[in-house]
Design a protein. Structure first.
Length: 386
């Protein structure tokens, strides 16, 4: 089966430097270099669509623009690209969320995917009025998804759960198609929720051996529920014509991380309740700039200043393609990539890596094109999108 690739919409701002933020830390100043206007995000989305990415992930949290509103607007400037909308179930009722998804599907021609984010930081959740602890938030997520999935089936729902209650809930119109649900989490209860309710389990870009362990863990839990899931991975990417050029770009980004910013970000992330975030921190020694290549072509430098996904594939187009094949051999079918700046890096990947995977029968353009198209405008024009 051909691999699926998604890109990322930087609704926290974009730059030629790494834009930090996430997991309770604010976006860094570099996010103001290219503000996340609808015009600029639409430019990225159209490039991703043309290059052959199936969808684009948008983040959620206080550090970025609202994902639902932003993608609804950007969708009107695209034709086929799907939107992997991240949202937190504790912030909206399940019936309203099911209705929003149904509306989104009708208004975009079925281009919604849902990334359910339970929320790993209690202090950030409390800012939105959510005072449950982490364990309870995951139990609520399970109840939420149970209600939403029943509604999408066209059923009337009565549920009196531990955290959520609905009576005679129903949708006037069900979504067509039903959106697929993406979900990630490294704690035991996160695995239980994934096994019971989601379609695609996501992991951040850990070394292959650790990813293999996660896949085996979730597969076993899902089998116990009589279900099978697909698996995806979230990574950044720096790909160039040669390995030397790619690593020079990684070093340029690293040189832009001032010591005080790294210290502040790492102190904030160290307080994270997310097991996935703690696993990310362990990859670079919570701020250590040495030994950041933690597996061939897998670089942990992004995590010095950014919460969440903190690793990148770095190398020549051939090397990056080989690392993708390595993860695919473990069972990863979907890849969610990003890079700085997101417009230019989409072209580096789309024109450099995707044709190599296509030539090996591992990828095909979702819209029937024989190869990823060449850029229609020079990168110098992209700067005007600031």
């Amino acid at each position: 089966m051909p691999l699926t690739f998604h890109w990322f919409l930087p609704t926290n701002g974009d730059s030629r430097h790494v834009v930090g933020g996430g997991h309770g830390t604010p976006a860094t100043e570099s996010g103001r270099d290219r503000p996340p206007t609808v015009a600029y995000l639409s430019q990225i989305a159209r490039a991703a669509e043309d290059l052959g990415f199936v969808g684009a992930l948008t983040p959620t949290g206080a550090w970025c623009e609202d994902a639902w509103l932003t993608t609804a607007m950007v969708s009107q400037n695209t034709e086929r690209l799907k939107f992997l909308v991240a949202f937190r179930p504790g912030f909206v009722s399940p019936t309203l969320a099911a209705q929003m998804a149904s509306t989104f599907q009708r208004q975009t021609g079925g281009r919604l995917l849902l990334n359910v984010v339970t929320g790993g930081e209690s202090h950030e959740q409390r800012a939105y009025g959510d005072f449950l602890d982490k364990e309870a938030r995951y139990r609520r997520t399970g109840e939420f998804l149970e209600i939403v999935r029943r509604l999408w089936e066209g059923r009337a729902v009565d549920l009196h759960g531990e955290h959520l209650q609905v009576a005679d809930a129903r949708l006037a119109r069900v979504p067509d198609p039903v959106p697929e649900v993406y979900f990630g989490g490294s704690s035991p209860i996160a695995g239980e929720v994934a096994a019971r309710h989601v379609d695609v389990y996501l992991t951040w870009g850990e070394p292959p051996a650790q990813v293999a362990e996660k896949i085996a863990w979730i597969r076993k839990l899902a089998a116990n529920e009589g279900r099978t899931l697909r698996f995806g991975i979230r990574l950044h990417v720096i790909t160039r014509d040669t390995s030397e050029q790619a690593w020079a770009e990684a070093e340029r980004l690293l040189a832009g991380f001032d010591a005080e910013t790294v210290r502040q970000v790492q102190a904030g992330l160290a307080r994270s309740e997310s097991e996935g975030q703690q696993r990310m921190l362990a990859l670079h020694g919570s701020g250590n700039r040495d030994g950041l290549e933690i597996h061939p072509n897998l670089w942990a430098g992004i995590g010095l200043v950014r919460g969440g996904a903190g690793t990148a594939l770095v190398g020549s187009h051939t090397e990056v393609a080989e690392r993708i094949k390595e993860y695919a051999a473990l069972g990863i079918e979907e890849f969610i990539f990003s890079g700085y700046p997101h417009l230019e890096e989409a072209y580096w990947f789309g024109e450099g890596v995707l044709p190599k995977l296509q030539a090996q029968g591992l990828w095909r353009h979702p819209h029937g094109q024989q190869q990823a198209p060449a850029a229609q405008v020079p990168f110098a024009g992209a700067g005007s999108a600031r």
